[in-house]
Design a protein around this ligand. Structure first.
Ligand SMILES: *Cc1c(COP(=O)(O)O)cnc(C)c1O
Length: 459
């Protein structure tokens, strides 16, 4: 007897041409065979699937372009690499070689930077969680502490007194820049007077010395004018604080947030065409800063150092995720679906963004709106809710980009092992920069109590 065939609901598929942007639609001819000249097939056969692939060349070129954009418009500028965006050692090391300091928000990130050989005085320590021990370490090693709140200010003062050291500090500010949602849960608010209170409190302290201002207005900020507004407000506050407390501000840190080339979910017009270039962000920031500090220069006061903590715009497009189709099906609605070996466990940013998905061969047939699922036994595991793509086959590879920002840090060890991450070096050599997990690496931190060894009653 021949195998019973499954009934498949007949469907009518309108043949639509050119109505979706390049993120939404794959034409039959559009495919890529390799990354930096290395065939996808070779990468997968050697390092497995799924696989993260980083391009050292792209990463260096991105940070150089960012530096050039700022340094040709303003000096001096310091760049701080935002560890939480991607703290794989190889990524951080490339950026430190390119001159970026480390920008960290936890003891773990701080220790990672130190273990790579970054000295304390080249580390900017942000974030709302710094314990007394962490602050003591920062004071001892000369790290640049960005104070987040009053409790931290008091704690740091205590630590400085105990160490018998006067500590130079930066305060984090929040305010309404008129463009982005104020991140008022971080730092001291300007409008309410909290920020100037903090400045006064520091100037009254024998142990603290206010010398820097910081603010980070958001992530994926699509409006360069938000930064002009930010700079204007920070410079006004700088003048006020200096006049009222006698401090001298020598650095202004604008944080990060420059958009990378992704589409936001729920936005039906591709934002890709409207994403500002790093030069546009640099222009908005530096032009405003030069204007706002003109009077200082006239009075021969020192020009504040500009600090830029860009994360996603530096790393996102330097990394791709290769994933393979493990099964295909038609949903009861008639919509085709494919299950991939990589899902939201590896692609945390799929919750907010639409990634570009490209096949690695010319796909035959009519493009249809297709769902791409990940491998998890969870309904939420959707890589793309809808993408116009011709029929996929088991074993097909898809290249998902850009994935360099916030995936290798926010990925979840959930259900599946996390895969290899490789870097293609500038000279074309390939090396594993983070090994795939396996049972022994997973079990390394677990301790099974003696009485739970064996004795299983499974019959
Ligand atoms: C996350 C973060 C950054 C980097 O943000 P991107 O959106 O990745 O550019 C910079 N500064 C601070 C304080 C941050 O928390």
């Amino acid at each position: 007897m021949s195998a019973r065939k499954n009934w498949i609901k007949p469907t009518i598929t309108p043949h639509r041409e050119g109505i979706l942007n390049k993120f939404g639609r794959i034409t039959a001819k559009e495919f890529i065979e390799g990354i930096e000249g290395i065939p996808i097939k070779d990468l997968v056969s050697q390092y497995g699937s799924p696989l993260f692939v980083l391009s050292e060349k792209q990463l260096r070129s991105n940070i150089r372009r960012l530096k050039q954009a700022f340094e040709t418009r303003y000096q001096p500028v310091i760049f701080g690499w935002s560890y939480k965006t991607n703290y794989l050692n190889a990524v951080c090391a490339v950026l430190h070689q390119e001159g970026s300091w480390a920008e960290v928000v936890s003891l773990f990130e701080y220790e990672k930077a130190r273990s790579l050989g970054v000295s304390g005085n080249r580390i900017l320590f942000n974030g709302p969680h710094k314990t007394k021990d962490t602050l003591a370490l920062c004071v001892q090693e000369g790290a640049r502490i960005h104070i987040d709140n009053m409790d931290e200010l008091y704690l740091l003062e205590e630590v400085a007194r105990a160490a018998d050291k006067v500590v130079s500090v930066t305060i984090r500010l929040n305010f309404d820049n008129g463009f982005t949602e104020p991140w008022s849960r971080f730092g001291f608010n300007i409008e309410s007077g909290q920020a100037i209170d903090a400045a006064r409190r520091i100037s009254n302290s024998q142990w603290l010395n206010l010398c820097g201002l910081h603010s980070h207005i958001g992530t994926f900020v699509l409006e360069p004018n938000a930064y002009s507004s930010q700079i204007k407000i920070m410079c006004e506050f700088m003048e006020t604080a200096e006049q009222q407390t006698g401090c001298i501000i020598d650095s202004l840190d604008v944080g990060g947030g420059f958009a990378s080339h992704l589409d936001l979910q729920g936005v039906y017009i591709s934002t890709e065409q409207t994403i500002p270039s790093v030069e546009q962000y640099a222009d908005a920031i530096c032009t405003t800063l030069l204007r706002a500090t003109a009077q200082r220069r006239a009075q021969n006061k020192p020009q504040p150092t500009l600090i830029v903590e860009s994360g996603r715009a530096v790393v996102d497009d330097a990394e791709a995720l290769i994933s393979s189709v493990v099964s295909t099906r038609r949903l009861p609605s008639g919509k085709p679906a494919a299950v991939l070996d990589a899902g939201v466990n590896l692609l945390f940013t799929a919750f907010w963004y639409h990634h570009r998905v490209q096949p690695t061969r010319a796909l035959d047939g009519l493009a249809e709106e297709t769902v791409l699922y990940g491998p998890l036994c969870m309904n939420i595991d959707v890589v793309r809710q809808s993408i116009m793509i011709p029929p996929l086959q088991v074993g097909d590879q898809l290249i998902i980009t850009p994935v360099g920002a916030y995936n290798n840090t926010q990925w979840l060890q959930f259900i599946e092992y996390r895969p290899n991450v490789v870097m293609i070096h500038e000279d074309g050599q390939i090396s594993i920069i983070r090994k795939a997990e396996n049972l022994s690496s997973m079990n390394q931190l677990e301790i099974l109590p003696d009485h739970l060894h064996g004795n299983f009653k499974l019959s």
